[in-house]
Design a protein around this ligand. Sequence first.
Ligand SMILES: C[S@@+](CC[C@H](N)C(=O)[O-])C[C@H]1O[C@@H](n2cnc3c(N)ncnc32)[C@H](O)[C@@H]1O
Length: 305
Amino acid sequence: MDSKRRKYISGLAQLNFNVPYSYSRDLAERMYNESMNVFGSLTDKIQYEDALKGMKAIPDNSVDLIIADPPFGIGFDGKKSNYNRNEVLIKDGYKEILDMPYDVFSKTWISETYRIMKETGSAYIISGWNNLDKILNAISSSGLKTINHIIWKYQFGVYTKRRFVTSHYHILFAVKNEKKYFFNRFEFYPEDVWEIKREYSKGIEKNGTKLPIALVEKIINFSSKPGDLVFDPFMGNGTTAVCAKKLFRRFYGFEINGIMREIHEKKLSTTTPGEDYMDLNLTKPSIEELSKKYPHLKKIKKDLP
Ligand SMILES: C[S@@+](CC[C@H](N)C(=O)[O-])C[C@H]1O[C@@H](n2cnc3c(N)ncnc32)[C@H](O)[C@@H]1O
């Protein structure tokens, strides 16, 4: 019996690993073109209004992926010079919380998130640690099931004297149906700590907080297909919309700060559909790359029929 058991060879499973859902560029483009009315006249639109009100008009079970980076409710006005930014370039009117306590605010939009998500859908909710308890409570009372609690580790937290420098955010990955949610594991060993640098673009106007493109694209690639609808209730700089377009996905969302419209329009008009798209099977490490860590793999590959 034992002699029949296959010998364990380190690195071999990774060498043989295939991405579950892989779409050629042509196929992805076709899926994108076919989805141009996936959300009727609201496909690829951002509405400049309160998401808590606007989300009520979204039909049940209609969204494939939700990426939500809500205001953190800690009195941040989007202009503090925490990140060495030139305040003049940060658009006025970052809206902080609002006319209700943070737990009520969170429960309101997260219960709507559950309702509008498809059975196959996923939500990624970004939170600092200060109000994390309220977000976690809202997730569990909404009916969403938490799949992972991801840590996003970034560089350069704000300098502190009598406490540790905060250099991470929490990303709660939650789904409606644990058996049906779509997940394209395109990395062999996808860990729940993501080290991704914040972006600092000199001299470009922006809203006070911005997620890195690499982070949003990672979420989209893991949890949606070309042509799917990605929804963001708090668009900010429009990163979700831009990344969706760059990856042949559709988008919809809200931003309460109407001043951002001009920035969104400028960015989206200079973004080409599919400009960052890649068949995910082509992102796997090559035999040469894997052999640096597992030198025996090259010989095994040669011996294979
Ligand atoms: C943390 S920022 C989002 C940043 C965004 N993820 C990006 O990469 O640029 C939160 C945004 O939510 C907006 N906001 C706050 N309350 C809102 C509400 N009730 N409805 C819609 N947008 C809101 C703020 O104006 C701000 O732009």
